[in-house]
Ligand binder design. Structure first.
Ligand SMILES: [Zn+2]
Length: 140
């Protein structure tokens, strides 16, 4: 299974400096929560271990899948999107910003003013309500 994931990521990874997809998907409400969950795991692994970039992505993605599956959630983030997300972070097109209410770190555009930033869980769009997906995916 790991090998399959590895092939999927390395086979489809975009070339450096050329990113065919926009950052918009990561900014929509539920994908943002999933992307943030993945990225928090990724950042944690990145700091705590000396492993190759692609292995960090694969490992973080595995943990992300375990997190969502253990909570009965559909994993919205595909492994290729996860890889792309890491590249967007590398390129400075996206970053992590702390929510001023819960203190969790979320994927945002780089110029978000942290002091004024409230995450999608603390401030869900009106039509989203307090769904299972929102409540279940709190970051620690
Ligand atoms: Zn928050």
């Amino acid at each position: 299974r790991l090998l399959r994931l590895y092939k999927e990521v390395s086979g489809k990874s975009p070339s450096k400096g050329q990113l065919p997809f926009s950052t918009d998907w990561f900014m929509t409400w539920q994908p943002n929560i999933h992307a943030s969950l993945f990225l928090n795991i990724h950042e944690y692994l990145n700091k705590s271990s000396e492993i190759d970039e692609i292995d960090v992505v694969i490992k973080a993605y595995q943990l992300y899948l375990e997190q969502t599956q253990s909570q009965g959630l559909e994993p919205l983030l595909s492994v290729t999107r996860a890889w792309r997300l890491v590249k967007f972070i590398d390129n400075g097109m996206l970053c992590l910003t702390k929510c001023n209410k819960c203190g969790g770190s979320y994927v945002t555009h780089p110029h978000e003013i942290a002091r004024h930033f409230t995450c999608g869980l603390c401030n869900p769009p009106a039509r989203a309500g307090k769904g299972k997906a929102a409540g279940a995916l709190h970051m620690h």
